[in-house]
Design a protein around this ligand. Structure first.
Ligand SMILES: C[S@@+](CC[C@H](N)C(=O)[O-])C[C@H]1O[C@@H](n2cnc3c(N)ncnc32)[C@H](O)[C@@H]1O
Length: 374
C-alpha cells in the first residue's frame, strides 16, 4: 500500500491544491506524483519516499498551503465495504445492505499505519471526512455514523489520546473506498473537512460577514478576543453594505466604513460607525488605527500594494483583506501578492506575519491576514 498525502479543497481548485501539496512534498524532500481529478474536491499525492513528520512540519511552515483546507499523510485507497460473512439467519439483512462492515477494514488500515509509522501511534478521535461536492455531502450521514464507531474501535485498541497533537483522519471517496491517515496540528485541520463553522452577528447586512468571521477564526484563533476587542479602531475599505463592519462593531470596535455605496441604514446610525463616502484606494486615516480590513473589488496587485503601504507606513497594525483572483494563474497571482506585501513590510523594518488562505466562504478569491508581531 503506497504512502499518500490527502488534501481537501474547494471543488474546482484541485490544480491549485495539488501545487500547494507538491511544493510541500518537494521541500520535505519527498518525491511525489499528484493525481488531480477536476471538481472532485480533493487531491492525492503519492509519496515515493516518506518524509518524517518533522521534515513535513518544517515544509508546511516554510510554504503554508493556500488552497488546501486540510491535509494529512496516510495510505489508500482501501476497499472498506467488505460484506459480512452472512449466516442463513441474517441473509435478508445482508441483502438489505445493512450489514456492510466498514469498521474492520478501517481499523486494519490504522493498525498497519501504526506499525509502520516511526512515531507514537496515539491519535485524537478520528474525523471521517468527505469532499465538499454533492456526491461528497451525500456521504455525511455515513461519515458521522462511522466516526463514533471508529473512535470506539481505535480507543479499544489503545490508539486514542485526547491530548495527542496528532489526529486520525479518514476520507470517504464513496461508500466503498477510503483513505486513512494522521495529521499533526496545524497541517490537518481543527475542523472536520477543514471547514470552520461560523456565525454572522445578528442583523448582519450581508453574507460577507461570514467570510470575515471565518478569517478571524482561522487566522486569529484563540487570540481573537485580544486582537479584536472593545475600544480598538478599524478602517473598513469597501464596507457596503456592512457585513464586515457589523462583525467588528459586534466586538465593541470603532469602525470607519469607507465606501461610495450606501451602508445598511441601521449600521450607518450606529454610534461606533462613521461612514465615509470616498475612494478606498486613496483614503488614509488621520490617526493610525489598530486594524485595516478591505473587501474592495479591485485588481489583487493593487490591494496587495495598498495593504503593504498601510502596514509599512504604520497606518494600521494588522490587516485582513480579500484578493479577487483572476480566472487563470490563480495561485501564482495569490503568491505574488503575498510576496509583494512581505517585501514592502520588510523594507520598512516592521515585523509582521503574512498569511493567505482560500476560505470556505471564498469563491474566486483568497483572504489574507497581516499580523504585526511587535
Ligand atoms: C464585496 S463588496 C463588500 C462587502 C462588504 N465587505 C460587506 O461585508 O458587506 C465590495 C464593495 O467595495 C466597494 N468598492 C469597490 N471599489 C471601491 C473603491 N475604490 N473605494 C471604495 N469602495 C470600493 C463597492 O462599492 C462594494 O460596496
Amino acid at each position: 500500500m503506497s504512502t499518500v498525502a490527502v488534501a481537501l479543497c474547494r471543488p474546482g481548485f484541485e490544480v491549485e491544491a495539488a501545487a500547494d501539496l507538491a511544493e510541500i512534498a518537494t521541500r520535505a524532500r519527498t518525491v511525489s506524483t499528484v493525481e488531480v481529478r477536476r471538481d472532485s474536491g480533493f487531491v492525492v499525492a503519492r509519496l515515493d519516499t516518506t518524509a518524517g513528520p518533522e521534515a513535513w512540519r518544517r515544509a508546511v511552515a516554510d510554504a503554508p498551503p493556500v488552497f488546501i483546507r486540510s491535509h494529512w499523510i496516510g495510505t489508500g485507497p482501501h476497499p472498506i465495504a467488505a460484506p459480512r460473512p452472512a449466516t442463513a439467519a441474517d441473509e435478508p439483512r445482508a441483502r438489505a445492505g445493512r450489514e456492510v462492515d466498514r469498521i474492520t477494514p478501517l481499523v486494519g488500515a490504522f493498525e498497519a499505519l501504526a506499525s509502520t509509522a516511526g512515531h507514537e501511534p496515539t491519535w485524537q478521535a478520528p474525523f471521517v471526512e468527505h469532499a465538499d461536492t454533492n456526491d461528497g455531502r451525500a456521504l455525511s450521514t455515513l461519515a458521522r455514523a462511522l466516526e463514533g464507531r471508529l473512535a470506539g474501535a481505535l480507543a479499544a485498541r489503545g490508539y486514542a489520546s485526547a491530548t495527542s497533537a496528532r489526529r486520525a483522519h479518514v476520507l470517504l471517496v464513496d461508500g466503498a473506498t477510503a483513505y486513512v491517515g494522521t495529521a499533526d496540528d496545524p497541517w490537518g485541520s481543527r475542523w472536520p473537512n477543514g471547514i470552520a463553522r461560523v456565525r454572522a452577528p445578528a442583523g448582519a447586512p450581508s453574507r460577507s460577514a461570514l467570510k470575515l468571521a471565518e478569517a478571524i477564526t482561522l487566522f486569529l484563533g484563540e487570540r481573537a478576543g485580544t486582537l479584536l476587542r472593545e475600544g480598538l479602531s478599524a478602517v473598513d475599505l469597501g464596507a457596503a453594505p456592512g457585513g464586515w463592519t457589523s462583525q467588528l462593531v459586534a466586538r465593541g470596535m470603532h469602525v470607519t466604513a469607507v465606501d461610495n455605496a450606501a451602508l445598511d441604514p441601521a449600521l450607518a446610525r450606529h454610534l461606533n460607525v462613521e461612514h465615509v463616502r470616498a475612494d478606498g484606494l486613496g483614503y488614509r486615516p488621520r490617526r493610525p488605527v489598530d486594524w485595516l480590513v478591505c473587501d474592495m473589488v479591485e485588481r489583487p496587485a493593487r490591494i496587495a500594494a495598498l495593504v503593504g503601504d498601510w502596514i509599512a507606513e504604520g497606518r494600521a497594525r494588522h490587516a485582513i483583506f480579500n484578493l479577487k483572483l483572476p480566472m487563470k494563474r490563480r495561485r501564482d497571482e495569490a503568491l505574488a501578492c503575498a510576496a509583494a506585501i512581505r517585501a514592502r513590510i520588510e523594507r520598512s523594518g516592521i515585523e509582521a506575519s503574512v498569511a493567505l488562505r482560500h476560505l470556505y466562504h471564498d469563491r474566486e478569491e483568497v483572504t489574507g491576514c497581516v499580523l504585526r508581531e511587535r
